[in-house]
Design a protein around this ligand. Structure first.
Ligand code: MLT
Ligand code: MN
Ligand code: ZN
Length: 299
């Protein structure tokens, strides 16, 4: 199985357009110390020919341009992207659909709830329904978005997208609005979970034995954004479990058998983004990799 991390940053990317926090500033002034990163998406293929995009980032145009495997290869109009799967309805995971509007056929997969929030919004009709088939997927039921690639969606603790929040929303609910994807090909297994509010025993059992885990790396500590002085929201409030501290993912997953452990969806306030920082070294000493754009895995 071929996996390319197209975008390793959380919503906003790195640097974020309006942010002068130390990490965004370093990404502008010294990319050797903080690599710029685009917003959250991966591409997966069983054969290197036909690709599934998981999440459609606002930066998708640049991501396709930067990764030759996703360039058109035959005829006048073509794309190796056969399907797109959404793991939630966040802007950083759906806005890129608006770029895929040039009459190119593909299938769009997601749970009924996630697909519904997208199709309810008429701006997404730019992906003409005759050309882009919408296929709702049930949780815990395997499907094959690309021949040779099997995917199973499962619920993880999360919340509705920011733009759908209201007084009834529940943080940490396990519904179909935030899902993880178990992706299998040629007997190898990848778990992709870019958003997760809490590590549960169910989740640990589900991912035990995977060859690689790409996991929510939004915040190092629950109060990263408050420490950085850029906001008032905790990781929990945003539906993201911290890497460290109370209930942190590194400790919670320490005893689970996992081939490679890689953080994705990293917010621009997370100090692990700084190369050779104490925080980066600590994460790496605990066997975790901090993803960067273009990181490729051959599983
Ligand atoms: C998140 O992951 O918390 C969201 O992408 C936030 C947002 O939509 O900006
Ligand atoms: Mn996000
Ligand atoms: Zn910033």
């Amino acid at each position: 199985m071929h996996v390319v991390i197209l975008g390793s940053a959380a919503g906003g990317g790195l640097p974020q357009w309006n942010c002068r926090c130390p990490i965004c500033s370093l990404a502008r002034s010294d990319p050797s110390r903080v690599k710029p990163r685009t917003q959250s998406s991966i591409a997966v293929s069983p054969d290197g020919e036909r690709w599934l995009l998981v999440n459609a980032s606002p930066d998708i145009r640049q991501q396709i341009s930067d990764n030759a495997v996703l360039h058109p290869r035959e005829g006048l109009r073509h794309s190796p992207i056969h399907a797109v799967l959404l793991t939630n309805g966040d802007v950083d995971h759906v806005a890129g659909l608006l770029t895929l509007r040039e009459g190119q056929p593909f299938t769009l997969y997601g749970t009924a709830g996630i697909l519904g929030s997208v199709t309810d919004n008429r701006v997404f009709d730019v992906m003409a329904a005759e050309v882009v088939r919408r296929e709702p997927i049930r949780l815990n039921a395997a499907f094959e978005p690309v021949p040779g690639l099997t995917v199973t969606l499962f619920s993880v603790p999360g919340k509705v997208p920011l733009w759908l929040e209201d007084e009834t929303m529940e943080i940490g609910a396990e519904t179909e609005t935030t899902v993880g994807a178990m992706i299998e090909a040629n007997g190898r297994c990848l778990a992709y979970i870019p958003g997760c509010a809490r590590v549960t025993d169910d989740l640990k059992a589900r991912i035990a034995g995977v060859d690689a885990l790409l996991f929510d790396g939004t915040v190092l500590l629950d109060d990263d954004m408050i420490r950085a002085g850029v906001g008032t929201k905790t990781g929990w409030r945003m539906g993201h479990v911290p890497m460290t501290g109370s209930g942190g993912s590194i400790e919670a997953l320490a005893d689970v058998a996992i081939g490679r452990r890689i953080f994705v969806h990293i917010n621009n306030t997370n100090p692990v983004l700084v190369e050779a920082s104490a925080e980066r070294e600590r994460i790496e000493s605990l066997n975790w990799t901090v993803a960067h754009d273009g990181l490729a895995l051959a599983l």
